[in-house]
Ligand binder design. Structure first.
Ligand code: ZN
Length: 352
């Protein structure tokens, strides 16, 4: 945590900030270790504070090593005003603070409020060994829950029955939380990239797609597999094979210092060449960490270059309205010499 605060101070000094206020839950957890629903991290040139109320003060003292844990006097804004007296420029998360929050901060703080969205996220792009270990654990829990759920997929079972089993297995596996609104779709509904489980009954011949993730230490797993209930049709084989080939091709060329846009284009062009132009309707991948969708993005027009320390997904898909769809998703950790695929679950076409 201390090196994270030091890195933030460097970014602050480059931006001419005397202080920085992190209110976003992921950012304040990243900087301080604080896991609570109410509080803010304030970093000044010399000090770092976690400001919270009586419900969380003792918890914060246990979690936030190296931080001054401060009981808010009045509001958090008033406490920030007191602790930043004399600072001329205070950075804040303009992609998080509400208009009302900005108003109440501006009313009491003497410093100029400087929109500084992305400053902590810039540090969060590069995951250290501890962060990767948390993701690894989250993935193991997720894959284990998936493996335990596979035998339950039969004609007649409802999507929501499978969803609750998955969630139960992930919780039993030790997940801190589960990715909210996870995807579980079957049959024609498998054409919905972000559809959620309903009372629809799974039928023979359905594709079933899971896009699930356990959370460990705040870090998300992001994992997608598609299976067929019963025997796959020729068209299902073709669609599945195309998605799998596109993913394997992307993984083949993936390497540090490559342009994200080129990897995306390779997978997208392969899917189009197989006759599914326009059916791959989302990005090829995204960063994952304390939040499910982080930078970098691997998508058309993406400005990102892949760098060691980045942790991202590779998840091509094909979606055909009224018929169904397939997505296959792995998580990769970029290293100096290449990358490590953190996902282990098999991805050959599975007919249940
Ligand atoms: Zn994803």
């Amino acid at each position: 945590m201390q090196s994270r605060v030091a890195n933030l101070r460097e970014a602050m000094s480059r931006a001419g900030l005397g202080a920085f206020l992190a209110w976003k839950p992921e950012n304040r957890r990243y900087l301080s270790g604080f896991v609570g629903s109410h509080g803010a991290v304030l970093v000044t040139g010399e000090q770092q504070y976690l400001i919270t109320d009586n419900r969380y003060l003792e918890i914060a003292r246990g979690q936030c090593t190296g931080f001054g844990c401060v009981l808010q006097e009045g509001s958090i804004e008033q406490t920030v005003a007191r602790l930043t007296e004399g600072a001329s420029r205070l950075g804040y998360e303009d992609d998080f603070l509400t208009v009302q929050g900005h108003g109440s901060l501006a009313k009491v703080v003497g410093a100029e409020l400087v929109p500084s969205a992305g400053m902590v996220e810039g540090l969060r792009l590069y995951k250290d060994a501890g962060e990767v270990e948390s993701v690894r654990q989250a993935l193991r829990i997720t894959e284990d829950a998936y493996a335990r759920t596979l035998p339950l997929i039969k004609p007649g079972v409802r999507e929501c029955d499978l969803a609750v089993e998955l969630e139960y297995f992930m919780r039993k596996g030790g997940a801190e939380r589960i990715k909210a609104n996870f995807v579980l779709v079957s049959g024609a509904r498998a054409a919905l990239p972000h559809g959620q489980a309903t009372t629809k009954v799974v039928e023979s011949g359905d594709f079933v797609t899971f896009d699930i993730g356990a959370i460990v230490d705040g870090y998300y797993a992001d994992f997608t597999r598609t299976v067929v209930v019963g025997k796959a049709s020729d068209e299902q084989r073709k669609v599945y094979g195309t998605v799998l080939e596109a993913q394997l091709a992307a993984l083949e060329v993936l390497a540090p210092y490559k342009k994200a846009v080129e990897i995306d284009k390779l997978a997208r062009d392969m899917i189009a060449a197989a006759g599914y132009d326009g059916k791959f309707t989302h990005s090829l991948g995204h960063g994952v960490g304390l939040f499910i969708h982080e930078n970098p993005r691997m998508a058309p027009g993406s400005p990102w270059t892949l760098e060691p320390g980045m942790l991202l997904t590779v998840e091509p898909g094909i979606y055909i309205n009224g018929w169904g769809g397939v997505r296959i998703e792995d998580m990769v950790y970029m290293t100096e010499g290449g990358y490590e695929n953190l996902t282990r679950a098999p991805k050959e076409l599975m007919e249940l």
